[in-house]
Design a binder for this molecule. Structure first.
Ligand code: GDP
Ligand code: MG
Length: 708
């Protein structure tokens, strides 16, 4: 859940609105500095940031609204933004626009003003606009709009101070934003509907906006207003009459007509205030690059190379710091075991060593990989290449019955399935959304990366490791696409929504922005290790440690094996105890089911842990490994694995862990986002059964062909 920044009742509330890529988040960071709270994790809708700052002794609370091109009830982000603006009317709404694409951006500004907000306009990307030779008459613009205008360069925090003081002034003396000039016909219609809203609970400053929504036959506002007594019903009826009239007179659909009026307003504003036009060649370079990077043939290999490079860095560069962390935890474990005698509170000692340190250490060790991967993704996002990738993918995605926009949630799924599923809210079509959501767990998430980091080196030679990692990810993607097509042809038949997406220009990203993004996401991983994983590790330690094996059985086994050395005896005790534990019993009971896949009960035990959270597999194997050994630290877990299982069993295991059983958080969020248990169950059981059959075919097929 989103942890609310303790709301200060006296604080001034600021909302930042703008189109995707206009620089909202950059501006938000510039205003709030380091005091913020990002909630792009379980339970949060489209990424929502809250933060605060102090200025001239006053407290300001800032919220970063989802990026929207306009305000309506069409897409989920638009609904969220509109609702936030209408219900929690902020004291000041800062509209951030991309100055290099003014006309298009100003439509949102017109709507925010129309909505009755106390508005401040931030002309962002002013550096790029100036470089392209575009200059505006800011005074005239302020006059025409009736609201303050500030030029900013958000990613470098230029203009942030000025903006703060302009906001402060706007709070003291709210401007009189002029309602956008929408033409006589529309204005007249709105005024007549507005007058009927006088006796309803619609706030005065919002009446004109609500009137417009009624005229547009908005599916949220219409029923809401209709029930507001006589005035409400009257207004809705009047809106219906006027809508018909306008459509007949103009021959245009009402939504097209209204959109054109807004666009006309924005266009007029730009034409009047433009002192110097931008040169036409401003985007020549960017367009030239795009001819190659979004080329239907050349684009794809480039994309694959980029993804491969990111995985290569993740893997190879991450290896060293990983070793340091590994050694650190080993040192800590050695220190504790040396100073804590085996016979003093042995249960607690085992809990700390085998439960907490082995479990959490096994997860934290992969932090370098996670950090590097997130850095790579931030780089793709901030340079603008991510949008190209989505565009490029659209052709492909369509072939599989998915939407180009499905690509972004799926890419997010590489980080974590949960926010990936939340991000499917960007899809307007319910079916597109469900398909994407259902196959999303096949995108190998960040929590599975530790598993690959453990298993890939255990079963493959150094030169094969990077390619294998790539193949694992690719296999997940291919399988996801195949399943999507299957779902589209069966359970979820229907039309596809058209794809509209624009490509932002390429930008040189700032290191600070990328590092911030990387840290925010990595922090979520650590937090998970410190809370959920810690809890599960302790639980897992318990079910793997109790009940203990019978002393007679141990003696009998020692006699049977003719074990003499202390070491041999110790390892027999540990192995028997593990087998007798709750987890051992369960795993042994279901081992026959997994035998044909090449798994023994120890692997099954690790997989039980991965239901709770994927990376627990690693923690679990760590515990099993440390318990199964005779005290002294001999070989690493990886060596242990590669000695005990064939490479064929390794491949089968990797496939099973890639495909099967989305984690509990995924199941929960799928249930909530789809609204039905049915879909969560289909996802959970469907993927698990599929994983079973794929691993079965691979393992048995491999045996027949003589591998393993
Ligand atoms: P959002 O989608 O509106 O939140 O946009 P972001 O804040 O994520 O910014 C999108 C991209 O534009 C990032 O790469 C930023 O570094 C970059 N950016 C933001 N503001 C400016 C600016 O004023 N000038 C330039 N040149 N780039 C900017
Ligand atoms: Mg943003």
């Amino acid at each position: 859940m989103l942890k609310k920044e303790t709301p200060d009742p006296g604080a001034i509330r600021i909302a930042i609105a703008g189109q995707p890529n206009a620089g909202k988040t950059s501006l938000f960071n510039a205003l709030t500095g380091s005091s913020r709270n990002v909630g792009n994790y379980p339970g949060v809708t489209v990424e929502r940031r809250q933060g605060k700052y102090r200025f001239e002794g006053k407290q300001y609370d800032v919220v970063d609204l989802p990026g929207t091109y306009s305000l309506s009830s069409f897409s989920p982000e638009e609904r969220v933004a509109q609702k936030e603006l209408l219900d929690n009317m902020a004291d000041v709404v800062v509209v951030v626009v991309d100055s290099t694409a003014l006309t298009r951006s100003l439509v949102l500004l017109a709507q925010v003003i129309h909505l009755g907000a106390n508005t401040v306009l931030a002309l962002n990307m002013s550096d790029e606009a100036h470089a392209a030779g575009q200059f505006l008459d800011l005074d005239l613009m302020e006059e025409l709009l009736g609201c303050p205008v500030v030029e900013t360069e958000a990613h470098k925090r230029v203009g942030a101070q000025k903006l703060k003081s302009v906001i402060a002034r706007a709070v003291e003396q709210p401007g009189e934003p002029r309602p956008p000039v929408l033409g006589e016909r529309l204005s007249g219609a709105l005024m007549s509907i507005e007058s009927m809203l006088a006796n309803t609970s619609v706030k005065r400053e919002q009446r004109n906006w609500v009137a417009c929504k009624l005229l547009l036959w908005d599916r949220e506002f219409t029923p809401l207003v209709e029930t507001q007594g006589e005035g409400g019903a009257e207004a809705v009826a009047q809106a219906a009459v006027l809508r018909k009239q306008i459509e007949e007179q103009t021959g245009e659909d009402i939504s097209v007509f209204v959109a054109e009026r807004y666009h006309g307003f924005a266009h007029g504003l730009v034409t009047e205030t433009l002192r110097q036009r931008p040169r036409d060649d401003a985007r020549v370079l960017s367009d030239a690059v795009d001819r190659v990077l979004v080329h239907r043939v050349l684009g794809l290999p480039f994309f694959l190379v980029v993804m491969y490079a990111i995985f290569w860095v993740t893997f190879t560069v991450g290896e060293h710091p990983m070793g340091w962390i590994e050694n650190g935890f080993a040192l800590l474990a050695d220190l504790i075991s040396a100073n804590w005698h085996v016979d003093t509170t042995p249960a607690l000692r085992s809990l700390v060593l085998d439960g907490v340190i082995a479990g959490v250490g096994g997860v934290v060790v992969f932090l370098p990989n996670i950090v590097l991967l997130f850095f790579g993704l931030a780089l793709l996002e901030d340079t603008g290449y991510m949008a190209r990738a989505a565009f490029l993918m659209d052709r492909l995605m369509h072939r599989f019955g998915l939407h180009g926009k499905s690509f972004l949630p799926m890419l997010t799924g590489f980080g974590c399935t949960v926010p990936g599923i939340m991000a499917t809210r960007t899809l307007e079509n319910e079916r597109d959304r469900l398909v994407t959501m259902l196959v999303l767990p096949l995108m190998s998430c960040g929590a599975r990366l530790p598993i690959w980091m453990l298993l890939v080196p255990a079963f493959f030679a150094p030169s094969m490791r990077a390619p294998m990692l790539g193949i694992i990810y690719l296999f997940g993607v291919v399988l996801a696409l195949t399943l999507a097509l299957l779902l589209r042809k069966t359970v979820l038949k229907g039309e596809e929504a058209p794809f509209v997406m624009e490509l932002p220009p390429y930008r040189v990203p700032t290191l600070r922005a990328m590092l911030t993004k990387m840290m925010e996401r990595s922090w979520l991983y650590i937090r998970k290790a410190g809370t959920v994983i810690l809890g599960i590790s302790i639980l897992m330690w318990f079910v793997t440690s109790y009940p203990k094996a019978d002393a007679h059985d141990i003696d009998a086994q020692i006699a049977a094996d003719r074990a003499t050395s202390q070491e041999e005896k110790g390892s027999i005790v540990a192995a028997l105890n593990l087998k007798e534990s709750f987890a051992g019993r369960l795993s042994i009971a279901i081992e026959p089911v997994f035998k044909p896949l090449g798994f023994d009960w120890k692997l099954v035990m690790g997989m039980i842990g991965s239901f709770a959270a994927k990376e627990v597999f690693v923690a679990q194997m760590g515990i099993v490994h440390s318990l199964g050994e005779s005290g002294g630290r001999s070989e690493s877990l990886r060596e242990d694995l590669s000695r005990n299982y064939s490479s064929l069993a390794g491949v089968s295991l990797i496939l099973f862990l890639l495909i099967a059983t989305p984690c509990m958080a995924t199941v929960a969020v799928t249930r909530r986002e789809s609204g039905k248990w049915k879909w969560a169950a289909l996802q959970f059981f469907g993927l698990t059964v599929l994983a079973y059959f794929i691993s079965l075919v691979v393992f048995q097929g491999g045996l027949l062909l003589g591998f393993g």
